[in-house]
Structures are given as C-alpha cells and as structure tokens.
Write a protein that binds this ligand. Structure first.
Ligand SMILES: [Zn+2]
Length: 293
C-alpha cells in the first residue's frame, strides 16, 4: 500500500507527515492543491489523506523520491539483505576479497570485481551502514542528480509525444524539486547534552534559528531530567540529506528517552565526530541553486 507522506504549506514548502500533528492541517496536496488531513493513528503508516476526495495522481500511486533519503535497504529481499550483512561482518573490515558473490547482488552494483576478487562498492556499504558520512554525501548527490536528469528527460519525452502524460511528468518533476528544496532548506546540527551526570548526543535538522530549536529540546528534556546543559557542537547548512542516514548508521547507539528518539549514547564519540567533521561544506551549485532560489 502506498501513502502520501507530504503536503505543501502556504509558503510553498514541502512538509512531511513527521513534522505535523494528527488532524486538520494548513497543508495542501502538491498535485491538486486541495486540503489535507494528517492521519497519525496506531495501525496504518502515518500519512496525509485528502480532506474531501483523493485526486487521480495520488490514487495512481508511488511518487518519485530522493534516492537514499529515507530507505537504505536498496529493495533487497530479506534473504539477500541477510547475506550482505553476513558478508560485511566477515569481510567488511578486512583486506580480503570475496571469491564470488550472488548474481543479483552484483547486478545491483553492491560489489565490484578486481583481479583479486570482489569488494564492497560504496553503494554496497549503504544497507550495512558501513559508508562514511562524507562518502555517503558524494554517492547520494550523484544519485539525486541522475534521478533528476531521468525525470527531466521524461518531461521532454512527454512534450514530444504530447497528451495527458505531460501533466503527470511535470507534476512528478515538481514534487522531486520540492523534496530537493526541503533537504537543502535544513541545517543539520549535532549537540552534546549533559543531563543529571549523563553525557548524550543529539542529531537533528531545523530550518529555523538553532536557538529556537534549543528551547524546545530543553523543554522536552525537562520532562525527564532536572539538570540540563546543551552545547551545540556544530551545524551544517543545507545538509538535511544526512540526518536519516546518520540514524541508520548509528542505530545501535540510539538512546531512547520516553518518546524521544534522536538521542545517542556513544562508546567512541571521537570516531563519530571524525565522521561528521569530515563532511565537506555543502556549496549549492548548478541546478541546486535554481531549485533553491
Ligand atoms: Zn491531490
């Protein structure tokens, strides 16, 4: 089953279901501009429903989405995913090459062949969270760009053919642009939090001034701790793309505090900092500048 996971606010920005509370919203459908209601119940995946009637494009199903943004399993079957995990555990951090890999994994470009044997590619390290944040950025940026080119070409093709298809392809390109704008709008932040003698870290994104966000974070934490000290370790502009991969990469260090899910307790904070601080500053260029302006 496919669900609409975002709507557009009065400023024309894309807002995802995780950013709003359940019930009526001031958001509209990116396709038909009719109003949306957030459905955040306990059974179905959280999603937006048209307040009155679902439009044709949303009924039709799956929309284009940013590669490697919120899904890191590369559509592997459960069996292949397990196999990749086993191979990574065995060979990932060694110099040993693999003698053979299943055809399907090779086809998905998870491994590359050298005269010594097969090695994990950067893409192959994604499902097992083995790729550094800086290399993740490089890989994801090139995939985002090639998907953009594919969608742009589809528009050109539809123009040449004519008919109803053009409208659909233009809408798909628009929704993709909005998703790109959304990740560029965000600043990634990394916090050190000392609370009642514990040292925790928090990753997150905001499109507002960091100070405003800190106030909210402190209020959240005050429900659980009394002595709270928050230190902003760093911020990265236009880096909304990294947040979910970071959560995937460091899942095992996630530290749940009631309903709060973005906190971590690391054994080796220096290696996490190294991972984050090795990221190049995001400079907007080419199509990104157009999308941003
Ligand atoms: Zn609609």
């Amino acid at each position: 089953m496919w669900y609409l996971k975002f709507g557009v606010n009065p400023q024309g920005e894309l807002i995802t279901i995780s950013e709003v509370s359940s019930g009526k919203t001031n958001l509209v459908c990116p396709f038909c501009s009719r109003s949306l209601t957030a459905k955040k119940g306990k059974i179905k995946q959280h999603h937006f429903a048209h307040t009155v009637e679902t439009c044709l494009r949303v009924r039709k199903g799956k929309l284009p989405s940013l590669p490697l943004y919120d899904n890191f399993h590369l559509q592997l079957s459960a069996k292949h995913f397990q196999l990749v995990k086993d191979l990574w555990r065995e060979y990932g951090n060694t110099n040993y090459a693999l003698v053979t890999v299943p055809f399907e994994l090779n086809l998905k470009k998870l491994f590359e062949w050298t005269p010594q044997g097969y090695y994990f590619t950067d893409l192959g390290k994604i499902p097992v969270a083995g790729l550094s944040l800086s290399k993740f950025n490089t890989l994801q940026e090139s995939l985002i760009l090639s998907e953009l080119n594919r969608l742009t070409n589809s528009v050109e093709m539809a123009k040449a053919i004519g008919g109803e298809l053009l409208e659909e392809k233009l809408a798909d390109l628009k929704i993709y642009h909005l998703q790109q704008r959304r990740i560029l709008r965000f600043t990634l932040y990394f916090l050190e939090i000392k609370c009642d003698g514990k040292t925790l870290h928090k990753i997150g994104v905001t499109s507002r001034k960091i100070g405003l966000r800190l106030g909210e974070i402190k209020r959240d934490l005050q429900q659980h701790f009394s002595n709270i000290n928050i230190n902003v370790l760093n911020t990265w502009q236009h880096r909304g793309n990294v947040e979910l991969y970071f959560k995937h990469r460091y899942k095992q260090f996630n530290y749940r505090i009631g309903k709060l899910t973005e906190y971590y307790k690391f054994h080796d904070i220096e290696s996490v900092k190294h991972d984050l601080y090795s990221m190049q500053p995001k400079i907007l260029e080419g199509q990104e500048l157009e999308i941003w302006s």
